[in-house]
Design a protein around this ligand. Sequence first.
Ligand code: B16
Ligand code: MG
Length: 220
Amino acid sequence: MKYQAVIFDLDGVITDTAKFHYLGWKKLADELGVTFNEEMNEDLKGVSRMGSLEYLLERGNVDMPEVEKLVVANKKNDFYIQMLEEQMDKSDILDGVVVLLKELRNSGVKTAIASASKNATFVLRKLGLLESFDYIVDAAAVEHPKPHPETFLAAAEGIGVLPGKCIAVEDAQVGVQAIKAAGMFAVGVGDTEILKEADLNISCMAEFQNILNEMNEVAV
Ligand code: B16
Ligand code: MG
């Protein structure tokens, strides 16, 4: 086996939180009188919380003092957390993920999470997956957000595997760019046009197992 670890993004790879993020930002946008729709929500995949707020304010030409930005970002997050508390459970794990994680662990392949979310631990606990990964890197642990490679490099360091021996999986363009900048093999899940910088594309996580052999051929 040429690769020794698989590093996973969280939102959009392990579970689909985009709909909850959308509802949170939409509520805030409505309060601010800013137009926000599901298409614009696509642009926020893999983007940090404050980066997402800046996007919203720019689109709406809203000038806001820095202290108020923190207040409204916290407000959006409280609403987001409340929705997850009430609605998220193990059934929100994307198809194929549980079997894949078990198979990787049984084969001695290390696994880690590399997420731009500060809620990563909370989300994994809600899904019952906290113990399923060898290491977790979230936004609170890094200085530079994706597309900077820091999140993925910190994950590789945490599991003690060289970046060149890691395969990493992302659903966001900035995420794929971060993986490539980290010197890892990139698998993109979702839109092949948006994720065209990936080394390999799959349409959903259930397809991941089919490509494990193929990845052995191509990984460095
Ligand atoms: P939070 P990922 C990212 O997580 C999401 O894709 C992105 O939509 C979100 O804005 C970001 O986390 C920050 O999330 O507000 O929970 O800290 O895809 O990198 O796992
Ligand atoms: Mg993602």
